[in-house]
Write a protein that binds this ligand. Structure first.
Ligand code: GAR
Length: 210
């Protein structure tokens, strides 16, 4: 099996990136290699995490491009130049246009902090997602790792994990619990499965091969 080169796209703190770095350190990325971190912000703490781990970091800032499409095309060019096999969106706060999906069909994973199809789509990102879950009054939320297609948060689901909501939760407390109990486990697991060629996509369904 050829080694897979992974790029992680980030915009903020990068705790999911850290979970991937730690998993790689334990030899748990299924042979995949974290080859690059691309940030939409020059001041993202995720870039410091990358540097500490010896992973090359790059900035592709939205403000440097006239449109989301121009930004997406710049990202695709960079990813192709780096010979990337798998793109991971880990707290990447921009919706990419179709050029990304065309360049990396079934090779982009996103982590979303809710049980899709709840609390997802345009405008559902970061802390807002947890605010939405709390104000709706659901008793269970969670995280989802899915392949990215042309629809926001609409691609085939790879892994999901439920997390309970407790009395007195704030969006911040809930966000932390969802990260600890679900996101930081699911994302490295999904990346590892991809890198071992164990994910087979059939329409909306992702089969996990033995
Ligand atoms: C994570 O909770 C991630 O699931 C979410 O943003 C946070 C980023 O944290 N992503 C989305 O909401 C995408 N729709 P991190 O930078 O510490 O990984």
């Amino acid at each position: 099996m050829a080694e897979k080169r992974i790029a992680v796209l980030v915009s903020g703190g990068g705790t999911n990136l850290q979970a991937l770095i730690d998993a790689q350190g334990r030899g748990e990325l299924g042979g995949g290699v974290l080859a690059a971190v691309l940030s939409s912000r020059a001041d993202a703490y995720a870039l410091e995490r990358a540097e500490k781990a010896g992973i090359p970091g790059y900035v592709v800032a939205r403000k440097d491009y006239p449109s989301p499409q121009a930004m997406t095309i710049a990202l695709v060019e960079k990813l192709k130049a780096l010979s990337i096999d798998l793109v991971v969106l880990a707290g990447f706060m921009h919706i990419l246009t179709e050029e990304m999906v065309e360049a990396f069909p079934n090779a982009i994973l996103n982590v979303h902090p809710a049980l899709i199809p709840s609390f997802c789509g345009k405008g559902a990102y970061g802390l807002h997602v947890h605010e939405m879950a709390l104000s709706y009054g659901v008793k269970v939320t969670g995280a989802t790792v899915h392949f990215v297609n042309e629809e926001a948060d609409g691609g085939p689901i790879v892994l999901q994990k439920a997390v309970e909501i407790r009395e007195g939760d704030t969006p911040e407390i809930l966000q932390r619990r969802v990260m600890e109990e679900a996101e930081w486990k699911l994302l490295p697991q999904a990346v590892s499965l991809f890198c071992q060629d164990k994910l087979a996509v059939e329409g909306r369904h992702v089969h996990i091969l033995p």
